[in-house]
Design a protein around this ligand. Structure first.
Ligand code: SF4
Ligand code: SF4
Length: 244
């Protein structure tokens, strides 16, 4: 039941993406920075960073519109996306982008203003044919990696939002704050592999459980699919201090 609800919410989030897309825009934050404007995507990225200190990557599991479309693409290519060095690509892009945002803001003009609806039409992102061209371009950037490489490959390889949450949850761990995470009792695992089949991130959950590192896995989006599929109830949500 929880996973059906999660899928419903995340697909609705994707259907609303034409309204919300500018609030996740890595480009508009730079355009706004030129004019010293704190725009909607700046505010959303800041909320992601701060909330992940306590909630980890639950945004990715339950609310991300890009996650919604990728889980639908999973019907076409359900292979686990390869992990390893490819997961670092997003951090390289993210670092270059954040430097560009900071430099643009330093060089920007005017007094600092907060404008959450910057470049939207009464809060709605897509309001012209031109906007739709950008919208479908972004959709292609998100879906092509998943079509080619498998489950949520865009989250693993190119997502510009994931690093905010990885950094936020790492800060929470460093400060030893109570944080949402997945816990496993590895001694009760029977290595059936059921969790691997359902993990939307294509993680080798069985191996991660056997190594007792699931609470530290930065690619886990805390969706709970493994919890709900495990016949031995090995896994559970926990909101507690999580050591590094
Ligand atoms: S589904 Fe449960 S019992 Fe099966 S491998 Fe995963 S954690 Fe172990
Ligand atoms: S390990 Fe479990 S909670 Fe984490 S992404 Fe995979 S299925 Fe979701």
């Amino acid at each position: 039941m929880r996973q059906q609800l999660r899928m419903a919410v995340i697909i609705i989030s994707f259907l609303l993406f034409p309204i919300t897309i500018w609030y996740f825009s890595p480009y508009l934050i730079i355009q706004a920075a030129c004019e010293h404007i704190i725009n909607g995507s700046f505010i959303v990225f800041a909320i992601m960073l701060l909330s992940s200190i306590f909630l980890g990557r639950i945004w990715c599991g339950y609310l991300c519109p890009a996650g919604g479309i990728q889980e639908c693409i999973g019907l076409c290519n359900n292979n686990p996306a390869k992990q390893g060095w490819r997961n670092s690509i997003k951090y390289v892009f993210w670092t270059i982008w954040i430097i560009a945002v900071i430099v643009t803001f330093i060089l920007g003009k005017n007094d600092v203003k907060i404008h959450p609806f910057y470049m939207t039409d009464h809060g709605i992102s897509i309001s012209s044919i031109y906007d739709f061209i950008i919208y479908y371009g972004v959709i292609l950037i998100i879906v092509i990696p998943s079509f080619v490489h498998g489950r949520r490959a865009a989250c693993h390889y190119i997502c510009w939002m994931a690093p905010f949450m990885v950094i936020g949850s790492s800060i929470g761990k460093l400060l030893k704050l109570p944080q949402l995470h997945i816990e496993a009792n590895k001694d009760t695992c029977v290595s059936c592999g059921g969790c691997n089949k359902v993990c939307p991130m294509g993680l080798d959950v069985k191996k991660i459980v056997s190594e007792d590192i699931i609470s530290k896995c930065t690619e886990c989006i805390q969706c709970g699919a493994c919890i709900d599929s495990c016949p031995k109830k090995v896994l559970k949500y926990s909101f507690s201090r999580n050591s590094t």
